[in-house]
Design a protein around this ligand. Structure first.
Ligand code: TYD
Length: 213
């Protein structure tokens, strides 16, 4: 737990999970949430895009497969709008109230998907990420890392239909995966890269050790 002198409140941890779809990051976010709950900690788990009524509506637009005409910048601004609402409505108030906040994806997903995948200029991504989050940064971010082959294997295994983002082609997802790796390497203090091919219980133990709760 950290004491935030600027804002004069006891700040617990803001923890984010990042990675390509099917990496298992949502499973890990839930496992950590349940673990902290069992320990009677104040904790919430939210997801992006979504997490508030307004953000969930934006999510529906973003993931709707029939929205074929969406421009990259429209997509990025919608993710950012959803993020801003979630940040102001839920994340910041909960951190102020001393909660652990676990977020399944945050602005690093925009850098990886819309930046590295969608080719939106890095400077634009950085600037709007800062605006959308009002400069809030996670304390710890876990990158659950799998390669594109493993993603394809898991996609076929699950047999589930694809949403608008998942339906983008393999070369897009390759860029997103390598983008995530670059982001994690460039932010070594905040990021922990975890091999997503490992057993989920082993990964959970690694995460608990890192959090040290
Ligand atoms: P979701 O069903 O939550 O999938 P996942 O389990 O992979 O998180 O869908 C979210 C999709 O939106 C996912 O394909 C990643 C994408 N995304 C972006 O492209 N940019 C972003 O900033 C965020 C938060 C998500």
């Amino acid at each position: 737990m950290k004491y935030c002198t600027k804002t004069k409140y006891l700040k617990k941890l803001f923890i984010t999970f990042e990675g390509i779809d099917r990496s298992g990051k949502s499973t890990q976010a839930q496992k950590l949430y349940k673990y902290l709950k069992r320990r009677k900690e104040k904790v919430i788990l939210v997801r992006e895009p979504g997490g508030t009524i307004i953000s969930e509506k934006i999510r529906d637009i973003l993931l709707d497969k029939t929205n074929k005409k969406m421009f990259s910048l429209t997509e990025f601004l919608l993710f950012s709008a959803s993020r801003h609402q979630l940040t102001e409505e839920i994340i910041k108030p909960k951190l102020k109230a001393g909660y652990y906040v676990i977020c399944d994806r945050y602005y690093d997903s925009s850098t990886a998907y819309q930046g590295y995948g969608g080719k939106i200029n890095t400077k634009i991504i950085e600037t709007i990420n800062k605006i959308a989050t009002t400069n809030l940064k996670p304390d710890i971010s876990f990158l659950i890392d799998i390669d594109v082959k493993e993603r394809q294997r898991r996609l076929i295994l699950s047999g589930r239909g694809k949403d608008r983002m998942e339906a983008k082609d393999i070369s897009y997802h390759k860029k997103v995966i390598s983008g995530f790796r670059k982001i994690a390497r460039a932010n070594k203090k905040r990021f922990r890269i975890i091999d997503g091919a490992k057993d989920k219980e082993v990964i959970h133990e690694e995460i608990k050790k890192t959090i040290k709760i």
